[in-house]
Design a protein around this ligand. Sequence first.
Ligand code: THG
Length: 634
Amino acid sequence: MSSSFAAALAARTLVLDGGMGSQILSRDLSIDSDYCGCENCTDILCTTRPDVVQDIHESYLRAGADAVETNSFGANKLVLGEFDRTEDTYDIAKCSAEIARAACDIHGTKDKPRFVLGSMGPGTKLISLGQTDWDSMFDSYREGARGLIDGGADTLLIETCQDILQIKCSINACLAALKEKGKSHEDVPIMVSLTIEQTGTTLTGSSIEAAAVAISRYPILSLGLNCATGPAEMVDHMRWLGKHWDRALTCYPNAGLPALVEGRTEYPLQPGPMAEILDRFVNEFGVRMIGGCCGTTPEHITELCQVADKANSNSQASRTIEPIAPSSTSLYSQVEHRQDASILIIGERCNASGSRRFKQLLEVEDWDGIVAVAREQVHEGSHVLDVNVDYAGRDGARDMGEVVSRLVRQVDAPLMIDSTQTATLEAGLRHAPGKCIINSANFEDGDTKFDDICQLAVKYAASIVIGTIDEDQEAAMARTADRKFAIAKRAIERAQDIHGIPQSDLFIDPLVLPISTGMDADRRSALELIEGTRRITAAFPDVQITCGLSNVSFGLKPSARVALNSVFMHELAVAGMSSAIVHAGRIIPLVRIDGEQKRVAAHLIYDRRSNALGGTGLPSEYPDALESSMVSVA
Ligand code: THG
């Protein structure tokens, strides 16, 4: 059973209802009998005064609304728990959908069906600020979603979203509730509506770009804006969404910015002026559902119906969408996976096994010190931060939670969550609002563990690093370009075909092994890596390629490491490497490296002693090529 609401939204511009809260406030209701003593708990009215709720729905339907929102903004366990009504969550949510359904059944016709959108508000606790946790929030929303689905809601509308971690959690809760009921998001679509404050970000500080990137992988029908401001303040954000969001757009603003008049909140924007702006949104930005939030009335909806009627009588121009560049995000902002003149720099220093300082800070639980290391890396030029707390004798999942929950608030860089333990990875992901990169999956333990990590990447809409390691006990780590390519291909196909992860969110790590050991077996490592990188890039141009670059120079003197790592990074970038895990402060432009050091580095990388250059297709005049390329890198 596919959704008739989704079909209607694809076919024409729809009008949603207006504010429920302000309508309820205008009714004469008793705190004792109607609210059962729970002042402000408007959701309770679904069970105590269904007549009032239905009457408000009908007033909007008479005004011409195609869809009404259930009176269930706070119908989740966390909010109702504040009124000691946790156990009523399901009943209230179900009842809210039944009331809206009854109203829609009265006013719906064959030509103008009416739809019930199951409202799910943000609640009162910000998960990104640690006011609740993933499990509690998930459980809270799942119960509300169960009720809305059983009560017959046509869609689940996650609205007034202020926190992108809350959006991720509530979408997962909706998907879980649907699955329990033998349904999917195809039957009951999930819609998301963000709230952007006057400051230009969500309450928790996310830009519209960051929010869109963080949730775009989820199977949601639409994205839009509601609440906080009137439509005029939404223009830039809606324009951005119109240009970049690849699914339906919705918008239901407040009736302007609220003003305090004689101690009461008043919303000044009149129906006519509001409709004028939303008319622009429909015609210029391609918005498909318009309506009203706080302060809007049936009169506003009557005006909006004229906007929709006019749009629906013309043939609707299709939007030209410029897809959002593949990206990761912090809580606050977006970072593109492909950097223009450089590669995506992933800071390596928040790593308990890669940094003595970090390990010591972790041992004494100096969380502020850890935040300082992270910040330093951003100042040095890291675009993303790798975080690894794996350390024998400590509780990795707990440490990861402690570290990530602080970093996400205090550092504006996307995180790469790094662990060999699935539980540690998940502990990080459930605290990270932004779109993260999981580090890493491989086939060392076969498909099952690989699939587990891909499932994490789906649940949290994260990217994923995949190391070229497989089950082959003899040669688990791919040392040759052939094996690096073969394992990469297997991984890309499996992650994409079975798990639906887009190639641009896959970071293949063809594994950097030290070339500095003096052992014969290691001498070709860098060459094989460069060649493997070239082949993976050629076959899969959308895939990202990353590596733990500093591994190449283990054991060398610090100054030699800087030179070798820097030259190596340049060579890898030319071969198609799009990112690297490095110490950003210790990567320097080639022009600043002494000529002799550069020559030695190139000799090491290309193993010139064994004359390995023949047959690899690399420039035979390599040292000169390297010299001349310095200018372009500097
Ligand atoms: N691939 C992927 N992830 C990885 C790696 C990889 N994560 C971990 C590691 N390798 C990348 N991170 C580091 C971090 C530090 C160093 C090297 C790689 C390093 N540290 C110095 C040392 O050990 O000598 C610094 C010591 C100190 O400051 O105490 O070189 O390959 N996907």
